[in-house]
Design a binder for this molecule. Structure first.
Ligand SMILES: Nc1ncnc2c1ncn2[C@@H]1O[C@H](COP(=O)(O)OP(=O)(O)OP(=O)(O)O)[C@@H](O)[C@H]1O
Length: 590
């Protein structure tokens, strides 16, 4: 048996001095048996008016409420009470009645003229009290019961009527969270197990949307919209009805959040608790603009990427406390994954040295950290360079290997930065290499993350230089220099001269292949050559615009290779010869 509204208007007829008040008009919908239907809507939208009309306590202004196929208005009161029970917002009950006596009131439609309960009625009352887990309260007076217990007894009274439909107006209003959840669960169970029509109004929106089979939503426009909670949520109707100045309904989390328009944008994993905690601190995934903060699950905790740094937190509480105080205008933003892949793919086309693959380390790929920690792996690389270059001198091969590896990490790092304002995250554990018979060492990054430089033209800023230096020199080349030092003794000046030479080589490759980037490349390289271990390694000269050259202070030992001559950056090339070389290469005069 259904409870159906047929083009119905709920409201108040004209009275003396008052015009007719049509609260909800043109209502046509059905509450089905076996389903819990929740009635939700802002204050004053007409929920109580609708429930009273559906209960036959006030007539519809127009249209009909049908129980089964019969209009409610044409069902005699006693008969109606056998079909439909109500639990309205009555807090005044005879205080001296016991719970059993109150539940017994529900039998009145079934008792005869005397109103006396027979054994069958007592059995139904006991069953009803049991169904709402209130059997143990049967002999207690109503005045002694908690709000939650009293609501259960009132529902027992409704059940004792043995109706097909129960209408409840805000039964959870005075209950604590646990009792509210328990009561809604109870109502859903009763609807399903006993095939009842149950319509319940509530202000507990989040809970209602979680437990209801169907929701009836009265909007501020006075229109009733119905559907599953998910349908209403997806169509944005919940937000339309309830969003306010401060709070708005978050569709994915199913909860109210501080307004995203006022929040700062963050990239978050699927994690409703985390999302909610960060919303409280003013971070929201739907806030407008590029994400300033990115968070990922990491083991049992969380990793937060903010302004070029990664931070680890063991709990949401620690993360939220930190997120409350961080800067509003970071120089570096966690890049969108596609931005990183696109930048790396583009830069990989400059030359083999700029290539960086994305993807997990499948067979044959080894972490870069192996070169730092596993002396035999590094020695093997040195030996293979020695064989390839035809030298028996380990220190020469080690020097050239170091320079080659430095060029391999500088090139994609600086290329992406200069061409796309994007700093790739390069760490020894997320960078992989694979041996190859010839050509630049194949490199792969996984996961491939990075940072976008927030303010345009800031690529050369101190902050950017600091982060590239930290990642490439401190993170990769310094430990590599230490590891090389464990195999063969080489002067630090030589190794850092090599690092600087390969940095300059990257700039020259960019100048050749992407001439429009030369200015930025030179400026960035000059800043880097003023930093830490790269200081005093040499000078980046630009004898003709767009033609950078490096003059290093130390020797890389290249000249010791059979028939090699001096390297182009060599400090030992006499000034005049160098000028002539440069002139030939720039097409100018010395
Ligand atoms: N007896 C009445 N006569 C005229 N108008 C009334 C009467 N009772 C309520 N109203 C009006 O009808 C509208 C709907 O009220 P109703 O109590 O049905 O809303 P509600 O959604 O249940 O509100 P709340 O969430 O605050 O309980 C309100 O504008 C209210 O002022």
């Amino acid at each position: 048996m259904t409870l159906r509204l047929h083009d119905m208007c709920a409201g108040y007829p004209a009275r003396r001095g008052h015009r007719e008040r049509r609260v909800l008009d043109h209502l046509s919908t059905t509450a089905e048996p076996g389903e819990l239907t929740v009635l939700i809507g802002p204050n004053g939208s007409g929920k109580s008016t609708l429930l009273r009309t559906m209960a036959g306590l006030q007539p519809p202004l127009t249209g009909e409420v049908l129980i089964g196929e019969t209009a409610i208005g044409s069902v005699p009161p006693t008969e109606l009470a056998r079909r439909l029970a109500t639990v309205l917002t009555e807090r005044e009950l005879p205080p001296l009645l016991t719970a059993r006596e109150v539940a017994g009131l529900g039998r009145h439609p079934h008792t005869g003229f005397t109103g006396r309960l027979g054994p069958g009625d007592h059995a139904v009352v006991s069953w009803a009290l049991g169904a709402v887990n209130a059997a143990h309260l049967a002999e207690r007076q109503m005045s002694e019961l908690s709000d939650g217990e009293r609501q259960r007894v009132l529902i027992a009274r409704a059940l004792a009527q043995e109706p097909s439909a129960i209408l409840l107006d805000e039964p959870t209003a005075f209950l604590d969270v646990t009792s509210r959840v328990a009561l809604m669960g109870l109502l859903r169970g009763l609807a399903r197990e006993r095939g009842l029509v149950i319509v319940v109004s509530t202000h507990d929106l989040e809970l209602a949307l979680r437990v209801a089979d169907r929701a009836w939503l009265v909007g501020p426009d006075g229109i009733l919209r119905t559907g599953t909670p998910e349908e209403l949520t997806e169509r944005g109707l919940i937000g339309d009805s309830f969003d306010g100045e401060e709070l708005s309904f978050d569709r994915s989390a199913g909860v109210f959040m501080l307004h995203p328009a006022r929040a700062r944008p963050a990239r978050l994993p699927e994690d409703p608790l985390l999302t909610r905690a960060l919303a409280r601190e003013g971070w929201h995934p739907d806030a407008p603009g590029p994400a300033l903060l990115a968070i990922e699950h990491a083991g049992d905790g969380y990793e937060a990427a903010f302004d070029g740094r990664k931070h680890r937190f063991a709990s949401i509480a620690e993360l939220a406390a930190w997120a409350r105080h961080i800067d509003d205008e970071p120089a570096l933003l966690p890049a969108a994954p596609t931005a990183v892949t696109d930048a790396v793919a583009d830069v990989s086309t400059v030359s083999g040295y700029f290539e960086l693959e994305a993807g997990p380390p499948t067979d044959g790929w080894r972490p870069f950290s192996d070169l730092l920690a596993d002396a035999s792996a590094l020695k093997e690389r040195v030996d293979s360079v020695a064989v390839r270059l035809g030298t028996t001198e380990t220190r020469v091969a080690a020097s050239i290997l170091f320079q080659g590896l430095a060029a391999r990490v500088w090139s994609p790092a600086l290329g992406a930065l200069i061409a796309h304002d994007l700093l790739i995250d390069l760490t020894p554990h997320a960078l992989y290499w694979r041996s190859a018979p010839s050509g630049p060492l194949p490199l792969r990054a996984h996961p491939l993350n990075g940072w976008t430089v927030a303010r345009s033209g800031a690529a050369e800023s101190g902050r950017v230089v600091e982060v590239v230096y930290r990642d490439v020199v401190t993170g990769l080349l310094e430990p590599l220099a230490d590891a090389v030092g464990g195999i063969v003794k080489l002067a630090p000046g030589l190794l850092w001269g090599n690092a600087a030479s390969s940095l300059a080589g990257t700039v020259r490759a960019l100048a050749r292949n992407r001439s429009e980037l030369t200015g930025r490349a030179v400026a960035l390289a000059r800043d880097l050559l003023e930093t830490g271990l790269l200081k005093d390694t040499g000078e980046l000269a630009e004898p003709a615009p767009g033609h950078p050259f490096f003059v290093r202070r130390s020797c890389c030992l290249y000249y010791r290779l059979p028939e090699a001559g001096k390297c182009g950056d060599c400090a030992l090339i006499p000034t005049q010869t160098r000028r002539e070389q440069w002139a030939r290469q720039t097409g100018g005069t010395s």
